[in-house]
Design a protein. Structure first.
Length: 444
């Protein structure tokens, strides 16, 4: 049996010192590891969390899609963005417990939109991070990227809270926009939407939200999915064309729930301890110079309570050093720090208002009396309240004119993006000229 002396990662050098080295990629198959599902909204911050698990335990993590396409491995850690459409339940009944990562919504939206074409880290961690820009966060066309982002980021604000609600409520199925309880058939339209095959297969629907400032949202779906959406209360076509009866009607549960016996994800029963998170891990605390070591300690404490994993966890005295190796010295897999994109876009006041609505909704919900004895709810409210204050500060800066929005910033899908200034147009021309010259040289 392998044990602590056979570690291939995070060597304890004594006196609080350590060394991060490449992890074993194939865990021993003869050990029935306690398996942790590390879940969260898709962004680079989730990546920061699972690298801590790897470094502390010396054992690898497997991606949910990797598990789906390349098959099962005995990795004790499984990372997934489920129920977000960017995630897939591929682990069947292999997971024992869930750890939920909580990220700052504002940064997560930027991260997610930047890494849509993200490629996972190479199998050999000793490989140098050459060509990282081509693999992590590069956009081929800014104009196309901005157009895509304006359409999709608004929906992602609601999906951010939807992911958190799913795990906090032990797999309860909800509409991501109205938060109403729905059945598994309607849930499937959101969790695993039918792919839009081509332009002819792209149709619009109008869907309600609970937001007071954005009560409807216009969505693009496969035309094949339109009848199912309409059957659950959506309006076919653009929101501007929806009739007044639709816009004023109250959504009844009967239109959302066709099967009242299927309002919880049945796969949660396959997780040994259910879908309720064992702990919440804050990506913001991990990256903080003051709180970071304590967040790593939280993960370490969780790991040493788990049978068949505890023996692999590096000694407690080295835990602060593990945090320094990964966060300060940037060892390990590529994270947000490695991305070569310079811009950090602002958000319009409309988009900030929607983020504030979504975060305030969850703070109010998880502060309620029914969550009074839930430690995870208490921590979630604390974390989200900090995020809420930061969002309000940014909104105040936008409204006061302290933050001036430009063409590169993030707007709602119905807001007019300002025209590029002369300097931006000049830089675009220069970039095109440099690219054209590069092509000529390669031909010659």
């Amino acid at each position: 049996m392998l044990g602590r002396d056979h570690r291939r990662i995070s060597i304890n050098l004594g006196d609080g010192n350590c060394e991060w080295t490449a992890p074993i990629r194939q865990p021993p198959t003869e050990i029935d590891f306690h398996k942790t599902l590390i879940a969260g909204y898709p962004s680079g911050d989730t990546r920061m969390a699972w690298t801590q698990f790897e470094a502390l335990a010396g054992l690898p993590t497997q991606n949910d899609f990797d598990r789906l396409y390349n098959g099962y491995t005995n990795s004790p850690f499984i990372k997934s963005n489920y129920p977000h459409p960017a995630g897939v339940w591929s682990w069947a009944n292999d997971a024992d417990q869930v750890v939920l990562t909580i990220q700052y919504i504002r940064r997560s939206l930027v991260e997610y939109s930047d890494i849509m074409s993200y490629i996972d880290a190479p199998a050999e961690y000793s490989d140098k991070k050459n060509n990282l820009e081509s693999n992590y966060g590069v956009r081929s066309s800014l104009d196309a990227f901005y157009a895509w982002r304006d359409v999709h980021v608004l929906s992602e604000i609601y999906f951010y809270g939807w992911v958190i609600d799913f795990w906090m409520e032990k797999g309860l199925l909800r509409d991501p926009y109205t938060h109403a309880i729905i059945d598994k058939d309607y849930w499937a339209l959101w969790q695993k939407p039918q792919p839009i095959e081509n332009q002819k297969d792209k149709c619009q629907i109008c869907h309600r939200t609970k937001s007071p400032k954005n009560p409807w949202i216009q969505l693009e779906v496969s035309c094949k999915a339109v009848p199912a959406h309409v059957a659950h209360g959506d309006s076919e076509g653009a929101c501007a064309d929806a009739d007044s009866a639709y816009k004023t009607a109250t959504v009844m549960d009967s239109s959302l729930v066709h099967d009242h016996g299927s309002t919880t994800d049945p796969r949660c029963q396959q997780v040994t301890y259910g879908c309720e998170p064992a702990i919440l891990v804050s990506a913001d605390k991990l990256r903080d110079n003051t709180d970071g070591p304590q967040e790593t300690e939280l993960i370490g404490e969780y790991l040493i309570t788990n049978a068949n994993v505890a023996d692999y966890v590096i000694d407690r005295e080295a835990w602060p050093c593990i945090w320094e190796e990964l966060i300060i010295r940037n060892k390990g897999p590529a994270t947000f720090k490695d991305r070569q994109i310079e811009e950090d876009p602002n958000f319009s006041s409309f988009m900030l208002d929607e983020m504030i609505y979504e975060i305030d909704r969850m703070v109010t919900k998880y502060s309620g009396s029914e969550w009074a004895d839930d430690n995870n709810a208490e921590r979630l409210v604390t974390l989200l309240s900090e995020h809420l204050a930061a969002l309000q500060d940014e909104l105040d800066e936008v409204n006061s004119g302290k933050r001036t929005l430009t063409t590169k910033d993030i707007y709602g899908p119905y807001e007019k993006r300002p025209e590029p200034d002369d300097r931006t147009l000049l830089m675009k021309k220069l970039r095109r000229r440099v690219k054209a010259n590069g092509r000529r040289k390669s031909i010659n």
